[in-house]
Ligand binder design. Structure first.
Ligand code: DGJ
Length: 398
């Protein structure tokens, strides 16, 4: 063993990841300090373009703040009829200020392989990405439907990446919680369907929307073995690092909240039912001062309906509905400003700390769907959504 080590063994090595993160962190800081007049305003419902002047294509979006940069992941839609199915994949953008967005390309691409679960023409909706600090991986969950089967497969798709903008590698599709009972159902409901119950259920035509006499406790029992249905979804990471899936399940009748495994690549089997027969979609959840808030919509396909707000002191509930948070005209209140929730972004250090994000869908020409972002206002410790034509995220306390 040499007495002295040569110089090169002592050279200061800044890890590559840190080198990449540094300009981002500085960018975030300078953007945070930039005078608001220098920022491009957020204009809900207008045609939004990226920093190259190209229309932003990221619908049903999910957001991640990582190393001082915001990432926006959404469905890349194309024009015309085919546009509502996945022809391209999940598109990613990044920004330091939420106003100017840079195209990061396709983060998860559909596959040309007809045997792939994410073959071109399947449905990939509402992608959400979270970072796992234990594994160092970025994990994407999305609503996955098999090509040609409409919305009947009702699965989640899971993909991972080493960098926030991808490329993401598809891991698997699944129906969550196979072989597990929800924690909040009575013991005597934890049993498979009887032949009579099965016959009753198969006689009911389910459309994904409310129907009279919808059976309140049959669907999750039917799906006990195969796993629970999962359509509109979001992810939430709590202060303790635990992550949760919130999803429209049971033929859209009931939301289910499930805890994810430590690697965020599966569910643990620990889950609750929320608002049985409430028919909620489009969940968007956040936490403020120890309290959980969840926006949802009703189930009217691509057509907008009134926003709903619920609050809870624990992620597991009980969740309490507190009505429609929108103010304004009857039309604005009745249609959530013509949009449907997708995410609530928490922005540290801004007066507009919570940003409600929603989609104004255009099913006849999906590529032209618009983004509705509104800063949350607070009244009696409850969020209020109010239309504004144009706004800028400004510095200041929550
Ligand atoms: C409403 C959902 O929120 C959307 O994500 C999409 O699945 C449409 N339904 C399809 O009709």
């Amino acid at each position: 063993m040499p007495a002295f080590r040569s110089n090169h063994e002592f050279k200061w090595e800044i890890p590559a990841k840190m080198v990449r993160a540094l300009p981002m962190a500085l960018g975030f800081l300078s953007a945070a300090l930039a005078s608001p007049e220098r920022l491009r305003p957020i204009e809900p419902g207008a045609r939004w373009v990226d920093d190259q002047g190209i229309a932003i294509n990221a619908h049903g979006g999910g957001f991640l703040l990582h190393s001082g940069r915001f990432y926006w992941y959404g469905q890349h839609m194309v024009a015309g009829d085919a546009g509502n199915s996945a022809q391209v994949g999940v598109h990613a953008y990044s920004s330091v200020d939420l106003c100017e967005w840079h195209d990061e390309g396709i983060a998860l691409a559909v596959s040309p392989d007809p045997k792939s679960e994410i073959v071109k023409g399947c449905l990939i909706e509402r992608p959400k990405v979270i970072f796992n600090s234990q594994t160092g991986e970025f994990v994407m969950w999305f609503h996955l439907e098999e090509k040609g089967r409409g919305y009947s497969a009702a699965e989640v798709g899971i993909a991972v990446a080493e960098e926030p903008a991808g490329p993401f590698r598809f891991v698997k599709g699944l129906r969550p919680n196979a072989g597990h009972w929800p924690r909040n159902v009575p013991e005597n409901s934890k049993r498979p369907l009887s032949p009579g119950e099965r016959a009753r259920l198969s006689g009911i035509a389910m459309s994904g929307g409310p129907i009279a006499d919808f059976p309140i406790d049959l669907v999750y029992r039917r799906d006990f073995e195969s796993g629970q249905m999962s359509r509109d979804l979001t992810l939430f990471v709590d202060d303790d690092g635990a992550a949760y899936l919130v999803t429209a399940s049971e033929e859209n009748a009931t939301l289910q909240i499930s805890r994810l495994t430590g690697d965020f690549l599966n569910v643990t089997g620990d889950f609750v039912r929320v608002f049985p027969n409430g028919f909620n979609e489009a969940p968007a959840i956040f936490k403020r001062r120890g309290r959980y808030f969840m926006f949802t919509s009703g189930t009217t396909g691509w057509a907008p309906n009134a926003c709903r707000l619920a609050v809870a002191d624990s992620i597991w509930g009980p969740w309490k509905p507190v009505g429609n948070p929108c103010v304004g005209t009857a039309e604005q209140k009745g249609t959530t400003f013509g949009a449907q929730s997708t995410y609530v972004l928490t922005v540290p250090g801004r007066a507009n700390r919570y940003v409600f994000m929603a989609d104004r869908w255009k099913p006849e020409n999906p590529i032209d769907g618009r983004y509705i972002w509104l800063p949350l206002r607070w009244r009696d410790d409850l969020p209020v959504l109010e239309w504004t034509d144009s706004w800028i995220p400004t510095l200041g306390p929550d």
